[in-house]
Design a protein. Structure first.
Lengths: 110, 111
């Protein structure tokens, strides 16, 4: 899924498989990037972040990759679980202005 | 103890009414935001305050007026509500170079 257009892209993943969610950001001056997870009826929650001086960062079961050349972010979720079903957003922070991509709905199937 | 709390969680009101949504944070953050999330889940920044001072004001109708009485509070007042104002409104807070923390959202329905 990618943050363009007016629709909400959906990624259907089988439980146990790896998920990759993509995001294109717009501002080359942005220096801080964050991935959020939003479950139904809740506010967005922090997953992982990366600063512009890095190209990869790993957390628990999640990895964020940053390609500044093409202004592209990706979130990889290892061994996707039913609890990972949610909408995922990338966000770019440019001098405190935090702007979100369109989001990707991840649906985990058994 | 909720870090960012919004009230009310749900708000149903008639067109033309004036309503307010309140946000309080206990994280000690300097910056607070209001976001609008539409039915397609798109999160659009509306306003940002830093130490009670308005620093970001996106292209939002002037029927929307934020007010920050102190660093811990950012309220959103909406005049003459319209059908298109129906959405989920999120308050968020952050400090420099950290992630933002979001409230649980206020679902506004204008009928």
């Amino acid at each position: 899924g990618e943050s363009v257009g007016l629709h909400l892209p959906t990624l259907s993943v089988q439980e146990g498989d790896n998920s990759i969610i993509n995001c294109a950001y717009s501002n080359s001056a942005s220096d801080y990037f964050i991935w959020y997870k939003q479950e139904s009826g809740k506010g967005p929650q922090f997953i992982i972040d990366i600063r512009s001086n890095m190209d990869k960062r790993q957390g628990q079961r999640v990895t964020v990759l940053l390609n500044k050349t093409v202004k592209h972010l990706s979130l990889q979720i290892a061994a996707t679980q039913p609890g990972d079903s949610a909408v995922y957003f990338c966000a770019e922070d440019s001098w405190g202005k935090l702007q979100f991509g369109a989001g990707t709905q991840v649906v985990v199937t058994p | 103890d909720t870090a960012v709390s919004q009230t009310p969680k749900y708000l149903v009101t008639q067109m033309g009414n004036d309503k307010s949504i309140k946000c309080e944070q206990n994280l000690g953050h300097d910056t607070m935001y209001w976001y609008k999330q539409d039915s397609k889940k798109f999160l659009k920044i509306m306003f940002s305050y830093n130490n009670k001072e308005l620093i970001i004001n996106e292209t939002v109708p002037n029927r929307f007026s934020p007010k920050s009485p102190d660093k811990a509070h950012l309220n959103l007042h909406i005049n003459s509500l319209e059908l298109g104002d129906s959405a989920v409104y999120f308050c968020a807070t952050k400090t420099v170079n950290t992630e933002a923390f979001f409230g649980q959202g206020t679902r506004l329905t204008v009928v």
